[in-house]
Write a new protein. Structure first.
Ligand code: KG4
Ligand code: ZN
Length: 347
């Protein structure tokens, strides 16, 4: 794709779930990437939508102000604004959408809507030293708290989902397992930390049988629940005594499920360039398994920089920039006030 030759300073806003985020990009480079994570949800063991929208309301102005300040940019220098239009929690999306729309109208600059799931994939096109960009076609596995998909990516905006979860997302499997072990929300990163100290083969869990490239995680969650209940009946201190081994075993099983489907997808498509994205792509187990696959299976793998794994606005900004370069650069002052938030949005 020919990207624009003139410089584009772009503000990106992400507010689809429980992170309020803003970033400033200069073309495909991220100048600042600010995230306010809403800690209020921890005490409820999961995201409470009403509280998330309220926290976005409080955070959005300070977060955007911080992003501008860190990038040393005045708002009048901006050439475009990109925002997440979906998928996500509607009340949360509305905060970012309304803010972005109003600011774009006020500054009279283009407004660009971004699909959150495309952003997790296209984050690999942010210009970062030490990080290669995939070439087309490649396979992307998006693994987050809300989604688990394998996507065939033929071009920036030509993507097709070839496999996805039929029930829980993989991040939910991590978080719900962590909750059963008494760990706070979100438990995914904690399972990852404990897993590093444990034996992955200590407690064998069975992997679900699901056709094709689809995933299922709800059975694993139930299996872990019964396992923990049974062990605690026999030994009330089981969890505290074996936490590292249980976490390592859960992580080993989940990574195994993901890798089995990826191997199948590579076989089916003949594509062996694999990029991962979404919060769970921060997981050391999946990163290690993919690094091994480079050596053992000859795959070329792309692991995002940590700051672009969990929800952030840098990834929204790169999609905004790619759309700006492709569609909007000649239509100065293009603002479609009809753009709106959508809780369900397909790739
Ligand atoms: O992409 P994300 O920030 O939000 C959604 O769009 O869902 O993903 C959040 C999910 C949570 O389920 C969190 O527990 C999980 O990503 N996560 C991890 C790790 N870091 C974040 N899961 C396993 N290991 C990690 N290191
Ligand atoms: Zn996400």
């Amino acid at each position: 794709m020919n990207t624009t030759s003139t410089n584009c300073y772009l503000l990106a806003i992400e507010s689809s779930c429980d992170d309020t985020a803003a970033a400033i990009l200069l073309n495909d480079k991220v100048l600042s990437n600010v995230v306010a994570t809403q800690e209020i949800h921890e005490q409820y063991g999961g995201v409470v939508p009403e509280l998330a929208s309220r926290a976005h309301q409080q955070n959005i102005v300070p977060v955007v102000t911080a992003a501008l300040r860190q990038a040393n940019i005045d708002k009048n220098e901006l050439n475009a604004i990109a925002f997440t239009s979906g998928p996500g929690l509607l009340g949360s999306l509305l905060v970012g959408t309304s803010f972005a729309k109003s600011l774009a109208l006020g500054l009279n600059i283009p407004l660009i809507d971004v699909n959150h799931m495309q952003a997790h994939i296209l984050a690999h096109f942010i210009d970062e030293e030490g990080y290669d960009k995939p070439t087309f076609p490649f396979l992307a596995m998006t693994i987050s708290g809300g989604h688990t998909q394998i996507v065939r990516v033929d071009d920036y905006f030509r993507m097709s989902v070839i496999g996805e979860t039929i029930d829980d997302a993989v991040g939910e499997a991590f978080d719900k397992s962590a909750k059963l072990l008494g760990l706070p929300y979100p438990g995914g990163p904690l399972i990852d930390q404990w897993a590093a100290k444990g034996n992955p083969k200590a407690f064998p869990f069975t992997k679900p049988r699901v056709d094709g490239l689809n995933f299922s995680f709800s059975g694993l969650k139930t299996q872990i629940m019964y396992f923990v209940q049974k062990q605690v009946q026999q030994n009330p201190d089981f969890v505290s005594q074996h936490l590292a081994d249980v976490c390592a075993s859960i992580q080993y099983t989940i990574v195994g499920i993901l890798m089995d489907k990826l191997k199948k997808a590579v076989k089916q498509t003949g594509i062996n360039q694999i990029a991962i994205g979404g919060g769970v792509s921060a997981n050391k187990g999946i990163r290690e398994a993919l690094t091994q696959a480079e050596k053992n299976l000859g795959w070329k793998t792309f692991l995002p920089k940590f700051e672009y794994t969990t929800d952030n606005a840098g990834m929204i900004g790169i999609v905004g920039y790619l759309k700006y370069s492709q569609e909007l650069k000649d239509k100065n002052n293009y603002i479609d006030t009809g753009i709106h938030a959508q809780s369900r949005l397909k790739l």
